[in-house]
Write a protein that binds this ligand. Structure first.
Ligand code: IFM
Length: 441
């Protein structure tokens, strides 16, 4: 009997529905000395930036332990692995390639291929080379063209080894958290910076899609966006919730499909609106082979009586240990909403998971709350498919506990436990639950 319980007729139980696990370079690799610095190395040095004052210099030592880690993915029966490439590990400041970095990823990709695991490669999961930040980072339009150059280099090197490329992971986080409220690297604040960074990120995505479609036509090429489904506190807050929805979610989706920003842009002061050059939207709205959807929770909004919205914190609800409400209906809602609003390509759920304060006892990690979280969200995906959303796969976040950005090592999202003192990995019960599900299909 599987610990996950899905309706017997669920497409998730068919072998062609792809199950994978996800990670990102900065969160697991370590090995800072063998690459250029990135904005997160710098950010971690700032007082108060990371809750436990930690950094990514060791992380999960994946740079040394990658073979063991691929074997873990294989042992649980996953047929896909989502990883990201560290830009400063493969392209040096002078534009030449870092051979050691290229070899590391090549070996990893070859092992995945030999293990019959599809490689879903994300090109940018937040680790911008520091030398580019020194020239303005995502506030500088040239960074989008530097990303195009980097994409070309990667694609040439990894021909035949990659199943799917995503240009960006969660441009909302890179722009809003990084350049608008400053809780992520590079820690800049100001609405106009957030909006401009978002525009340059989307431009970078479009430029990279052009490279991918020309130089890697046989991979599935797309982008990964995160969505925090917006709910209204009361009927009179519907308009405010829709504003928030446009500002936090559709700001990143609408340009891809409708070649324009959502209406909420008209509510911004002129000085906060991004500078958009003629032709930018033609680049950004490049056709996609897939859309990656990351989902963890929802937010409830109220009108702030000033023409804008504010968050209305829910007092009594179930939460994971990072404090995020458990709300699986929000996943179904955002998937159906995207399907109604846009002419969508097929979707992969590229991240979903729960942070729980686990511990190892007698060699085991018992994590029933995480199993239940996954069970509810897998069922939410199933309902979305019943409502005609085309979904081809699901990736659990994350393969293993890792560096959770501004939360440092205080939050554990893995289905594999990592002891950060010894680097010993232990498959959690949730990992075994996936194994059981995958074996039963
Ligand atoms: O750990 C992150 C990941 O890097 C991006 N998506 C959300 C995860 C949990 O916060």
């Amino acid at each position: 009997m599987s610990k996950f319980s899905l309706p017997e007729s669920s497409p998730l139980l068919e072998p062609k529905f792809l199950f994978g696990v996800a990670t990102s370079s900065f969160q697991i690799e370590g090995a800072l000395d063998s690459r250029d610095r990135c904005i997160w190395d710098t950010f971690c040095e700032k007082d108060g930036a990371v809750i436990d004052k930690s950094n990514g210099s060791v992380a999960c030592e994946h740079y040394e332990r990658w073979e063991e880690d691929v074997e873990l993915v294989e042992s649980m029966g996953f047929k896909a692995y989502r990883l990201s490439i560290s830009w400063p590990r493969v392209v040096k400041q002078d534009g030449s390639l870092n051979k050691a970095g290229i070899t590391f990823y090549k070996n990893l990709l070859i092992k995945l291929q030999k293990s019959d695991i599809k490689a879903f490669v994300t090109l940018y999961h937040w680790d911008l080379p520091q030398h580019l930040e020194d020239k303005g980072g995502w506030l500088n339009r040239d960074t989008a063209y530097a990303f195009q150059y980097y994409t070309k280099a990667v694609v040439k090197e990894f021909q035949g080894l990659v199943y799917s490329y995503a240009t960006l992971n969660e441009p909302f986080c890179s722009s809003y958290l990084g350049y608008e409220i400053g809780t992520h690297a590079p820690g800049i604040t100001g609405r106009k910076y957030g909006r401009q960074a978002a525009h340059h990120l989307l431009l970078a995505h479009g430029l990279a899609m052009d490279v991918l479609s020309k130089h890697s036509p046989n991979t599935e090429n797309g982008i990964v966006l995160n969505f925090t489904t917006a709910y209204a506190f009361s009927e009179s807050d519907e308009l405010a919730a829709e504003r928030a929805n446009q500002y936090f979610n559709h700001w990143y989706a609408k340009p891809l499909f409708d070649a324009t920003y959502p209406e909420v842009i008209d509510d911004l002061d002129d000085q906060d609106k991004p500078i958009i050059k003629e032709g930018d939207f033609d680049i950004i709205a490049h056709p996609l082979d897939f859309l990656g959807v990351n989902y963890y929770t929802r937010t409830v909004y109220k009108d702030d009586n000033n023409g804008w919205f504010e968050e209305h914190p829910i007092s009594k609800c179930e939460r994971t240990d990072i404090g995020w409400e458990v709300y699986p209906d929000g996943l179904t809602k955002i998937l159906t909403q995207l399907n109604e609003r846009y002419n969508l390509p097929p979707i992969y759920i590229t991240e979903n998971g729960a942070a729980i304060h686990d511990n190892v006892k007698d060699g085991k990690v018992v994590d029933p709350r995480r199993i239940e979280y996954y069970n509810m969200h897998l069922n939410a995906v199933n309902v979305a498919i019943e409502k005609n959303v085309i979904i081809k796969g699901y990736f659990a976040w994350s393969l293993m506990d890792n560096f959770e950005w501004a939360e440092g090592y205080t939050q554990r999202f893995g289905i594999v436990y990592v002891d950060f003192e010894t680097q010993v990995r232990t498959i959690k019960d949730s990992g075994y639950a996936f194994k059981q599900l995958l074996k039963s299909r």
